[in-house]
Design a protein around this ligand. Structure first.
Ligand code: FES
Length: 268
């Protein structure tokens, strides 16, 4: 993005038009919907993360992703597959080991950056609509320079997706041994979508196919890069789909744990 201060020599300034924008379509709709969607999701997730109950269904070993891995001393022992070693405190989430990394992963995601820069920061709110700020300093200085941490957050997110996958495996359980119900279907859909979102990450695409001079000399990496590139074109959709699957999975397990409904069982 070019500003008055950084405009290359010879480049023309923005046309002097009086109207703020000449767009006549509903360009404001996407930013408004983004604000509503993200605010609602963050409010729900915050409420659930600090609730510190209704996150585990003992009969079927269902653990909501918002509490995975459950590492607080306050976790149910059966839900704490990786041990309980974090102080039990109302201000410390039970999954305090994973949630900060997931938050950083999403906050620094290329798509979410676009979404919240446009909708919350109005920088700019849409194409051909002026920036809400007089100055643009980009991501080259504090604090936005930390957006570059995204590639490292990707590794943490991949590890957490592995843990979520393990949770889904352990959840194929019933009081009599193996079991499978609607909760498992929901957990597996969530895990598959999380992997799709994680694999579609721009950093993942670069890790797999970047820094190569000749694709022809790296056919396996080229093939993987081609697959990731297909997913990458759907990154925005996957970002929203995973917000929905995470919230729905959590809500379904909360309802089961609270006794609001029963799990539809296919086996066990
Ligand atoms: Fe969105 Fe990496 S770019 S998760």
């Amino acid at each position: 993005m070019t500003t008055t201060a950084t405009r290359p020599a010879g480049a023309k300034p923005r046309a002097a038009i009086e109207a703020k924008t000449l767009r006549t379509d509903r360009w404001w709709l996407a930013p408004v919907l983004t604000v509503i969607g993200l605010t609602a999701w963050v409010a729900y997730a915050t409420f659930r993360v600090f609730m510190q109950k209704l996150y585990w269904v003992d009969a079927y070993h269902y653990l909501t992703p918002f509490y995975s891995p459950c590492v607080s001393k306050g976790c149910y022992p059966a839900a704490a597959e990786f041990g309980r070693f974090i102080p039990d405190n109302p201000l410390i989430p039970f999954a305090a080991l994973s949630l900060p990394f997931l938050l950083i992963f999403r906050l620094t995601c290329y798509y979410y950056r676009k979404a919240y820069y446009r909708s919350f920061w109005l920088s700019p709110p849409a194409c051909a609509v002026p920036d809400g700020h007089a100055k643009y300093t980009g991501e080259t200085r504090f604090p936005l320079i930390f957006q570059n941490a995204h590639r490292y957050a990707f590794y943490a997110a991949a590890l957490i997706s592995l843990i979520n996958t393990w949770d889904a495996v352990l959840a194929m359980h019933s009081p009599s041994g193996f079991g499978f119900g609607l909760g498992n279907v929901i957990l597996w859909i969530n895990v598959i979508m999380l992997w799709a979102y994680t694999a579609s990450c721009h950093s993942c695409r670069h890790i797999i196919g970047g820094r190569l001079k000749h694709f022809s000399k790296h056919p396996v990496r080229y093939k993987l890069w081609s697959w990731v590139s297909v997913l990458n074109t759907r990154h925005m959709g996957l970002a929203w789909i995973t917000l929905a699957t995470l919230a729905l999975t959590d809500f379904y397990i909360m309802g089961l744990a609270a006794g609001w409904w029963n799990d539809l069982r296919f086996i066990g």
